[in-house]
Design a protein around this ligand. Sequence first.
Ligand code: IFM
Length: 431
Amino acid sequence: MNLPDHFRWGVATSAYQIEGAVAEDGRTDSIWDTFCRVPSAVVNGETGEVACDHYHRMPSDVALMRDLGVGLYRFSVSWPRVQPGGRGPANRRGLDFYDRLVDELQAAGIEPWLTLYHWDLPQELEDAGGWPVRDTALRFADYASLVYDRLGDRIPTWTTLNEPWCSAMLGYAYGRHAPGRTSLADGYAAAHHLLLGHGLAAQRLRTAGAKSLGITLNLGGHEPATAAAADVDAARRAEGSTLRLYLDSLVRGAYPEDVVADLAAQGIRLPIQEGDLEVISTPLDLIGVNYYSSRVHSGEEILATGRPVTAMGWEIVPEGLTRLLVRLTRDYPGVPWWVTENGAAFDDKPDAEGFVDDQDRVAYFASHIDAIAEACRQGADVRGYFAWSLLDNFEWAEGYAKRFGIVRVDYETQQRIPKQSALYYRDVITR
Ligand code: IFM
């Protein structure tokens, strides 16, 4: 490995995927609690009601991380836990949980890295229109202040949103994630208001004294299959609507003209008001990249290139991560990049003791860490890496069958058993 000396290592999770305890200590429903009740929305009708029961097992989960030697833990705060209903004062008992988590992390020598929003919008805000409505962005800024007021002095890094493309498009345009709506126009309105909410929250946190502020995006490679115009244009459109729409507005303060024109051709106009792009482009200290795969576009189809795939059916393309990081550093200079998620689901086969010798996952991690080292060699400014995920957990619409953890969770007993990939990752960190 040829990584910069200051390179840092962590693991990541998110609130709804691991916490459980959905009705405890004043927490109310998020859009995911509601969505899980919709017949066939989630494989096997599974829900996050119990998940990994992390809410009750947090100290031992932190001890697990300490034993792995991780330096950073990226977690998210559940909005309906700390501000039930999405408006009004903070719920002290909800914040107490994250306060205890930070205590525990500090005692274990692990630096907390907080994400304010990983997809669990309070249901009441969805009932009032959800992210397609501008007011939700204002509510998000208020919520961000509540969390910062309580934890601001103890958390070095604050990120606002996790993967706004997923919240907007999977949630409001394609109906695959909560809240399950299917309007392209609503999807793009949601994208704009998520970005606005990010900017408003970033301004609040900056004024309150936050030193390190960022956002996490899901980004992948988009290559045309051939030089034919249809392939090149499909790759441009896919990349424009997933990568440049977000990064151009965040870093350059403007939406890309070709994407705006593509939307106009479909009768869609982003609900931009005066000053919004200045807010959205509030200067950041870092941008997180969640990378899992890359795609080759053949007209409107995604070409199966014959590369091996994970249990999600995603092609394994480590060189796509090198290309992406080099390109980001070139096109959006001045922003330090972090890989805030990378990992893979495979069909784990535990032995009689529950141990999983997941050589496929080890190989996935090794090739992607090499890919980052190669990107750094080519000049990319990458500061750290988070394995997704510490634990097997609730994989949204896929339920529990898809396992991304480096630690196996036996959902019957809630026993945690580190997989071979956890031992591999521990060695990487030690080295
Ligand atoms: O589990 C998700 C996570 O919540 C967001 N990024 C992708 C992961 C794997 O699908």
